[in-house]
Structures are given as C-alpha cells and as structure tokens.
Design a binder for this molecule. Structure first.
Ligand SMILES: [Zn+2]
Ligand SMILES: [Zn+2]
Length: 110
C-alpha cells in the first residue's frame, strides 16, 4: 500500500457562500447619554463649592433628615440661609433641573 501520496484537491470556489460578518457599531446606540451631563455636573460642583461651609451647624439636614452633629459630612449654607450636607445638596441639585433650595425653592445662583 503506497503511502503518503494521497492528495486532496480542495477546491475553494469563489462562490462559496461566505456570510459576510459585518460588525455594525450602531453609533446612535453607543451615544445614549443625556445631552450634557458633564456640564451639569460641573455647574453643580461649582455652585456647591461656592457655598460657605458651616462648621458647627445646628438642626438637621432637610434632605436626609439627619442632624448635622451626627454626621462628619460638611454642611453647606445655600444663599437663602438653609443648611444642608455637602453631598445632600449636591445630589439634590444634580437630580433636579433647576437650582433651587429644597426647602424654600429660593434660587441658588452661582
Ligand atoms: Zn443630609
Ligand atoms: Zn432655602
């Protein structure tokens, strides 16, 4: 038995139905972020950092209802005089579409 002489002629025809694998990156789907979250975040960060810090705030934060003395978190005073935790007023402003005091709706402008 002769060995090593077997040849396979594999004809690859150009008409093989090769399924074209096109990777479709749907740009519309990739860019699904809200219009300008970055600038809104920056605005709020700037607004809150402009508020005076209250070292020994009394009473409680109207956003989280926790007494200031129970929290290590910095208290910030908004222009109308109300005081909130730094993170509480930041979240409040980020979640709202206007810059207003949670209690009296006084406009907080930078
Ligand atoms: Zn709070
Ligand atoms: Zn207020």
């Amino acid at each position: 038995m002769a060995s090593g002489s077997a040849k396979f002629h594999v004809v690859v025809s150009g008409n093989n139905s090769v399924i074209p694998f096109t990777q479709q990156f749907d740009l519309d789907e990739a860019i699904t972020m809200p219009e300008n979250p970055q600038s809104r975040q920056q605005e709020v960060t700037r607004l809150v950092s402009d508020m005076p810090t209250v070292s020994y705030a009394t009473g409680s934060c109207s956003v989280c209802m926790e007494s200031f003395w129970q929290s290590e978190e910095a208290a910030r005073q908004v222009p109308c005089g109300h005081v909130y935790h730094h993170n509480c007023i930041t979240d409040w402003l980020l979640n709202g579409d206007s810059n207003s005091c949670p209690l009296c709706r006084h406009e907080i402008s930078g």
